[in-house]
Write a protein that binds this ligand. Structure first.
Ligand SMILES: NC(=O)c1ccc[n+]([C@@H]2O[C@H](COP(=O)([O-])OP(=O)(O)OC[C@H]3O[C@@H](n4cnc5c(N)ncnc54)[C@H](O)[C@@H]3O)[C@@H](O)[C@H]2O)c1
Length: 354
């Protein structure tokens, strides 16, 4: 039998089946946290683990939903010798990671992401975020998972929209890293293209694993340089300044809002004469190929969504006083962090001239 995992074990992601994950956990001291949908699909792999189910999706991240998870900790008498295992998407890993951080000043946390977005992004890097009164991720902490386990077969049961949402973060990583990474994503969509982008239900597991591994490598490289987001890690917020505000204002899936945010950041950079036209085309084409929105005018014909998003924009964590640390794409593999007046970005969002 594999030895049980203890604190300070290897934090690099491990690709394996869910049965392997279950065998590595100490069933007497590990609480599984998931939601009903995911548990009904994959809970059978963890028959020995006690379990708490929390609401599905973004609702789980509302601070008001947190007590039901903490009540689960009490019910199962979770003490400092325990760990929690988050089985699910980014909403589950954010909520569970935060709860694990505050419970008895910190207990062990393992993540088994089951969405593309969580495998590529949300479940790694130690950041977690909860929503408060409609503002996204304004409560949160850093609590690194002791280990991340990935079974790409779980991605096959995603709704196509959910898969596409994850691709937005994967494409963001491709833009940040550069040509080889970005071209791999273009090539995968070309080779195994289906309706709405990659045929993720039928493509080889290696293709899914390739997309996930490239994203993880890029994200972990940046996080290792700047774990607490005081410098380079801000690059990972590409598309998120506008994206978070649009997500909070509309409730659209995270990746859809990020896709619009990336498209807006590209056209802002283009309007400033900073973005290469050819690269901008490739980025928008790849996002659109996955069925992701790239045209704010099509999503928000009367401008009401942008007005609502503008009100929320000022609670962005990337803002410092009158300025925003804006992530400015100049091309594929050429992304900068720039301090830009919040008012200027807001006028751009609302469609005024720069
Ligand atoms: N902490 C971070 O660094 C970070 C980074 C990016 C995003 N996020 C957060 O992640 C959240 C979005 O996460 P998400 O996109 O993974 O979605 P999600 O966790 O909100 O889940 C969406 C839906 O997918 C279902 N689902 C999950 N796995 C499934 C599977 N394998 N098969 C079928 N259905 C499945 C869930 O039950 C849920 O209904 C946002 O709140 C975002 O802010 C956090």
């Amino acid at each position: 039998m594999e030895p049980l995992i203890r604190a300070k074990d290897d934090i690099s992601p491990l690709f394996c089946g869910l049965g392997d994950v279950a065998r590595r956990m100490d069933a007497a001291k590990t609480l599984l946290v998931s939601d009903e949908r995911i548990y009904s699909l994959y809970g059978r792999h963890f028959p020995a683990l006690p379990c708490v189910l929390i609401p599905e999706g973004e609702i789980a991240k509302n601070i008001e939903a947190l007590p039901s998870l903490l009540d689960g900790f009490l019910r199962h008498r979770v003490d400092r010798s325990w760990s929690v295992l988050a089985l699910g998407g980014g909403s589950i890993s954010d909520t569970t990671g935060f709860a694990a951080h505050i419970w008895m000043r910190g207990i062990g946390f393992f993540a088994v992401p089951t969405t593309l977005l969580a495998m590529c992004d949300a479940a790694l890097g130690g950041k977690n975020g909860l929503d408060y009164r409609g503002y996204k991720n304004v409560i949160g902490s850093f609590h690194f998972p002791r280990r991340l386990f990935c079974d790409v077969e779980t991605l096959r049961s995603l709704e196509p929209e959910q898969f596409a949402s994850g691709m937005a973060e994967a494409i963001k990583h491709g833009i940040l890293e550069g040509e080889d990474h970005f071209a791999y994503l273009e090539d995968s969509a070309r080779r195994y293209g289906g309706e709405g982008g990659l045929n993720f239900q039928g493509c080889p597991a290696e293709t899914l694993e390739g997309i996930v591994r490239l994203s993880q490598r890029l994200k972990l490289k940046i996080v290792a340089r700047d774990p607490k987001e005081s410098g380079a890690r801000r690059l990972l917020n590409l598309g998120h300044s506008f994206g978070h505000a649009l997500e909070s204002a509309s409730g659209m899936p995270h990746g859809f809002a990020v896709s619009l945010g990336i498209a807006l950041a590209c056209s802002y950079a283009r309007a400033k004469g900073r973005m290469k036209e050819g690269d901008m085309r490739r980025i928008l084409n790849l996002l659109a190929r996955y069925g992701l929105p790239v045209n704010i005018g099509e999503v928000d014909a009367d401008g009401s969504l942008r007005k609502k998003a503008a009100d929320l924009f000022f609670m962005d964590k990337k803002r410092e006083g009158e300025f925003v640390h804006f992530i400015l794409p100049e091309g594929i593999g050429a992304v900068k962090i720039e301090k830009i007046p919040a008012e200027e970005l807001l006028s751009f969002l609302l469609g005024d001239r720069l």
